[in-house]
Design a protein around this ligand. Structure first.
Ligand SMILES: Cc1cc2nc3c(=O)[nH]c(=O)nc-3n(C[C@H](O)[C@H](O)[C@H](O)COP(=O)(O)OP(=O)(O)OC[C@H]3O[C@@H](n4cnc5c(N)ncnc54)[C@H](O)[C@@H]3O)c2cc1C
Length: 440
């Protein structure tokens, strides 16, 4: 076999198919049906463990742009999804069983793919390998990773929401660090007593997402959601993440009653994280309740807070820019394990791993997509230095700003899409990839 792919999920199937279609032989290993993770139930590959939606497919959305790029790069799984789609407005939703069945059949009948139903516990660093065992990795792969990267492995994703900087009301917040220490790194959103009380009441009573049993056991030991903290008493979060000590409101000259802090999520400061707001609220509730913070009244959420079990590598410190282990360059990490978040993001990561494995087999240098594409910027995001790294999904906030700022939101998003299309086409021409989309 030329390559081993471990994990026949969304990323692994996409990678294996890409390599096999290029004429190389692949061993695809999956523990199913002998062993299932707590969320996997089907013996088929590419199982969608939760929602059957692959999110928006509309132009002018980040989800739509991601799919557009995948089409342009000839994604096998996106092709399967389109064949199995069910009506879902502007979203691409699929009949999940038909989807997994269709992927599994194509994989199992592919002349260049050999499937092995076994639990992988390690791999050979001397051979080209794609490790894509996903957020619920089982067996010895966690230990095998730890042997190579030490403690740089996360086991749950308890992340706070991230908002688009363009949509923050800067007239309702101020830049400062607590006690004026160092540079003014944080944006601080002051709340009056009345605003705070109304916020806490709504936060404590807001609707929460259902957790899987295994998530309940594991996550809450590690991290308390902001809504649970708020329900413990009116002042609890004012003595926690919203404590105002060390701040002076520039307009009143006094200490605010409470302060919500925003921390830049990337070096360009196009996205801000709401500090200490790890949450398990339903997405609509996050928008409604966090929108009560005056500076965030019209904020657009590029990523909502989530809490679930999620095995992922601290990719900024352990992966090179092509998503290979820094200390084992034959090992490509793909899918959620590499620090991307979401079904379609995992497919994209599998596709790029597949393309780069093929290049490695041809003794060519790996490729990095332009930063103006959403896939290219996602790769850059997960592999750039970040002391507070949490997995990331596709959103416009990770793209570099446009050469000229466009005020109108819809026009701005259209411009992002047009720029990605232009640059991806140039990239494909320059790298002899022009025939990829014809395989769709
Ligand atoms: C509970 C849960 C719900 C989620 N819901 C959504 C959602 O609704 N929408 C969304 O966009 N994203 C969701 N995600 C996030 C993520 O997009 C999906 O988990 C996605 O399937 C990740 O793709 P992957 O290829 O990385 O891993 P997976 O699709 O999980 O594939 C991993 C494969 O590796 C196999 N495997 C694991 N360990 C081994 C081993 N040691 N040896 C051999 N095989 C192994 C597994 O059996 C599996 O087939 C969810 C994640 C979780 C954990």
């Amino acid at each position: 076999m030329d390559v081993t792919v471990i994990g026949a999920g969304l990323a692994g199937c996409e990678a294996a198919h890409k390599i096999a279609e290029s004429g190389y032989s692949v061993k695809l290993v999956d523990c199913k049906p002998k062993l299932f993770s707590p969320a996997h139930k089907s013996a088929n590959f590419a199982e969608l463990v939760c929602s059957n939606s692959l999110k928006s497919d509309e132009r002018g959305t980040a989800g739509g742009l991601l799919k557009n790029e995948l089409r342009a790069l000839g994604s096998f799984l996106l092709r399967c999804a389109e064949k199995c789609k069910v009506p879902a407005g502007g979203a691409l939703a699929v009949d999940r069983e038909l989807f997994s069945k269709s992927v599994t059949e194509s994989i199992k009948t592919h002349p260049n793919i050999t499937v092995a139903s076994e639990t992988a516990n390690d791999w050979n660093d001397g051979e080209l390998t794609v490790v894509s065992t996903g957020p619920l990795t089982v067996g010895g792969i966690n230990d095998a990773l730890k042997r190579r990267i030490g403690d740089s492995l996360g086991f749950y994703d308890a992340s706070a929401p991230i908002v688009d900087a363009c949509t923050i009301d800067f007239s309702k917040c101020f830049s400062a660090n607590r006690y004026g220490k160092g540079d003014s790194d944080y944006l601080n959103c002051p709340l009056t007593k009345e605003e705070y009380s109304a916020f806490v009441a709504e936060l404590a009573g807001a609707e929460r997402a259902n957790l899987h049993e295994f998530d309940k056991r594991e996550i809450f030991e590690g991290c308390m959601p902001i809504e649970v903290m708020a329900a413990r008493g009116e002042d609890s979060i004012r003595f926690g993440p919203l404590r105002p000590v060390g701040f002076v409101h520039p307009e009143t000259g006094k200490r605010p009653y409470a302060v919500v802090q925003l921390r830049a999520e990337n070096a360009e400061r196009t996205m801000y994280n709401i500090v200490g707001f790890q949450t398990n609220l339903k997405f609509g509730e996050q928008k409604r309740v966090f929108g009560m913070i005056p500076a965030l009244k019209n904020a657009e959420f590029v990523r909502y807070g989530v809490m679930h079990r999620n095995t992922y590598i601290n990719s900024p410190s352990e992966l090179d820019c092509y998503s290979r282990l820094k200390n084992s360059k034959n090992t490509f990490i793909a899918g959620q394990l590499s620090g991307v978040e979401g079904y379609v993001e995992s497919i994209a990561s599998g596709l790029i791993a597949g393309l780069n494995v093929v290049r490695a087999l041809k003794k060519q240098e790996p490729l990095l997509l332009p930063p103006t594409t959403i896939i290219g910027s996602l790769y850059r995001y997960i592999t750039s230095p970040n002391p507070n790294f949490q997995p990331m999904n596709a959103n416009f906030g990770i793209l570099p700003p446009l050469a000229e700022h466009v005020r109108d939101k819809a026009k701005r998003k259209e411009e992002y899409c047009a720029r990605s299309e232009r640059d991806l086409l140039e990239f494909k021409k320059a790298n002899d990839l022009i025939d990829l989309s014809e395989k769709m």
